[in-house]
Design a protein around this ligand. Structure first.
Ligand SMILES: Nc1ncnc2c1ncn2[C@@H]1O[C@H](COP(=O)(O)OP(=O)(O)OP(=O)(O)O)[C@@H](O)[C@H]1O
Length: 627
């Protein structure tokens, strides 16, 4: 049995029964984000917008400015070199210079030093800009992903591999930020660099040579797009295998104790080894692709441009339409033209994995939350007997004047998507201030009743009402705000006892925490701890006993102070002595609240508890109800 954990995380396995929850993706858990389906462009744009334009535009402009400064610096250096060389011979044997391009540059050491300074400053500033933008983008992506997961229906969360979700939030955010902030600007700057260099060449050296070399520029985007297409499947394979590996690794670490008890650690190790090897092969394929792109760019572009430039410089010099300074400048500038383009190849890996990471994040953000929206209306035939919504706190059924129940199921038929109904024509009424224990054999639908009350699933027919209000008209957070839940296992987070209590009431002062602990029969033990309220509970609360952890969960429920209380086998995991202590604190918690408890030990709530049986032998011990 299980119910929703009061704080969103569920550690139990009761909801891991195969069928996907409402709103889950039609393909079930698509573990690796490697679906071929198109991504919603709006979500993709939202992911991209987490890196504001200035974060990549800055490095892009700085990169271009740096290239331009370096290009002019090279023209200056060429003039300097030419000034110490003898004039070149002309084809007619004379040495007179009649350059065809713009007037040859005059070397100025001051200008050269200034240009050097500008080029270095641009490079440094671009690097700093990239680092800042990247870390800001990473944190924005992680925060948003975590917030998105927080909106998910816990049933949906239970079905996804935790390892993969962690990887998506942490690793994909890192890669996507590296791509947008660290790669986007510099790569566009690199692709545009040849154009800038040619512009400088046309303006300060020789426009005919620049024009001829410009013919080669379209090679760059062609090479890049071609290579990316070529390695698309390697990229998808990499995403898939990396997702599988991290998911399996995370699960193995979590279940290490059970694996070694079952003598299965070695077998599991072999599985991990296999997955690791597959991942290594995928990474190698991707890196091999990366190397091929570098090679292609260097060969197809670098070599061709350098040879063409050298040939043009030699021909121009020989024919006399270039002087020495212009010829040297053409050769130097051709090297500058190819330099940034080789960055394209080196960055290729970041680009491929970054785009894959953005896709992964977009898939996560686009995933339906699995929550039925507020105001969901069912078909008319299923709304019989409910002419209007009753006023909160009243029962609006014709001829009924009694006070609305704290929780009521009216003729409810419910089940899980694709499965048969678990409950059919189910009625249950929990009066205000009443304590009701739900019992029944395994599989009879006790968890399903709690899931309906929490609006984790919605009825196929009939209605569920809290305080007279149909849950169909409320959002899940609104439903959650009306109840406190204690489930069979408690999730505690690293931090102090006070931190864990304040999850339920962030503004509670210490005296309120002590009151809650006292009511949960835990105050004396906490006073005995060295650090009292500030005592660390250890990772996942392991520094506390199961009974203590459960009473912290009860104290949290007390701090929430909700009128409706759902208890899901709250003593199933503790021994008899702890059960007695928990029973007393539960009785305290239940007093004055309407309480529905799923338990095989109804005595834990004390006297006056009505019992309802679910399943084949259904009948009620007290005044009715039952399936
Ligand atoms: N998330 C789910 N997806 C699909 N089917 C489910 C899901 N949860 C429960 N079921 C099915 O619904 C039926 C009732 O299950 P439920 O968990 O409500 O029973 P239960 O009385 O709480 O059982 P137990 O005491 O063993 O926890 C079972 O047949 C179960 O397989």
């Amino acid at each position: 049995m299980s119910g929703a954990h009061p704080h969103g995380a569920r550690a139990d396995g009761a909801h891991q029964k195969g069928t996907r929850p409402p709103g889950a993706h039609p393909h079930g858990a698509h573990p690796h984000g490697a679906r071929a389906e198109p991504i919603d462009p709006a979500v993709a744009a939202l992911v991209a917008s987490q890196t504001p334009r200035r974060d990549w535009l800055g490095p892009l402009l700085l990169g271009l400015a740096g290239t331009a400064a370096t290009a002019v610096l090279l023209v200056q250096l060429a003039a300097g070199v030419a000034s110490v060389l003898p004039p070149g011979p002309r084809s007619d044997g004379s040495t007179a210079l009649t350059p065809s391009g713009p007037a040859g540059a005059v070397f100025s050491p001051g200008l050269a030093a200034l240009l050097l300074l500008v080029a270095v400053a641009c490079t440094l500033a671009a690097d700093l800009w990239v680092a800042g933008g990247r870390s800001a983008a990473r944190s924005r992506l992680r925060t948003r992903s975590a917030a998105r997961l927080g909106e998910w229906n816990p049933l949906l969360l239970d079905r996804r591999s935790v390892g993969e979700l962690v990887r998506t939030v942490v690793d994909a955010s890192e890669r996507a930020a590296a791509y947008r902030a660290g790669f986007f600007g510099p790569i566009i700057a690199a692709v545009a660099a040849p154009v800038v260099v040619l512009l400088v060449m046309a303006l300060t050296v020789s426009w005919p040579v620049a024009l001829i070399l410009a013919v080669l520029i379209p090679l760059v985007p062609l090479i890049i797009v071609g290579s990316q297409r070529l390695f698309r499947s390697a990229s998808a394979g990499y995403r898939r295998s990396a997702g599988q590996l991290s998911g399996a690794f995370y699960e193995s670490v979590q279940g290490l104790g059970e694996l070694s008890l079952a003598g299965a650690a070695e077998r599991r190790g072999r599985t991990l080894e296999r997955l690791g090897e597959r991942n290594r092969q995928q990474v190698m394929r991707l890196l091999a692709g990366n190397q091929m792109v570098i090679l292609a760019v260097e060969l197809a572009f670098g070599l061709v441009v350098t040879c063409a430039a050298a040939g043009l410089a030699a021909a121009g010099l020989a024919a006399g339409w270039l002087d020495t300074s212009q010829a040297v400048a053409v050769v130097l500038l051709s090297v500058l033209m190819t330099g940034p383009v080789s960055v394209v190849g080196q960055f290729f890996y970041i680009g491929v994995t970054g785009r894959a990471a953005e896709r992964q994040l977009a898939e996560l953000w686009a995933e339906p939350t699995g929550n039925a929206p507020a105001g969901t209306t069912r078909p008319r035939t299923e709304q019989r007997g409910r002419a209007d919504q009753p006023e909160p706190g009243t029962d609006a059924r014709p001829g009924t004047h009694r006070e609305a129940a704290a929780l009521e199921f009216r003729d409810v038929t419910a089940g899980y998507p694709g499965g048969p109904p678990v409950l059919a024509g189910f009625d249950l009424r929990l009066g205000r201030g009443e304590r009701l224990a739900l019992r029944g054999p395994s599989g009879s639908g006790k968890s399903t009743v709690l899931a309906l009350a929490e609006k984790l699933i919605t009825p196929r027919a009939g209605s569920v009402l809290i305080d007279g209000v149909d849950l169909a008209t409320l959002s899940r957070p609104e439903v959650a705000s009306r109840m406190a839940i204690v489930s069979q296992s408690t999730t505690l987070f690293s931090g102090s006892i006070a931190d864990n209590l304040r999850l339920a009431a962030p503004d509670a002062d210490d005296s309120r925490l002590w009151d809650a602990l006292a009511a949960a029969r835990l105050a004396d033990e906490v006073r005995g701890f060295e650090h009292g309220l500030d005592q660390p509970v250890g990772e996942r609360g392991l520094a506390l006993s199961g009974g203590q952890a459960q009473r912290i969960s009860i104290a949290r429920a007390l701090l929430r102070d909700a009128p409706l209380l759902l208890l899901d086998e709250p003593t199933s995991q503790v021994d008899l002595r702890s059960e007695a202590a928990i029973g007393r604190s539960l009785a305290e918690l239940a007093s004055g609240r309407s309480t529905l408890i799923v338990t095989h030990r109804p005595g834990v709530l004390g006297a006056g508890t009505r019992t309802v049986h679910l399943g084949a032998d259904a009948d009620a011990d007290a005044d009715g109800g039952g399936a």
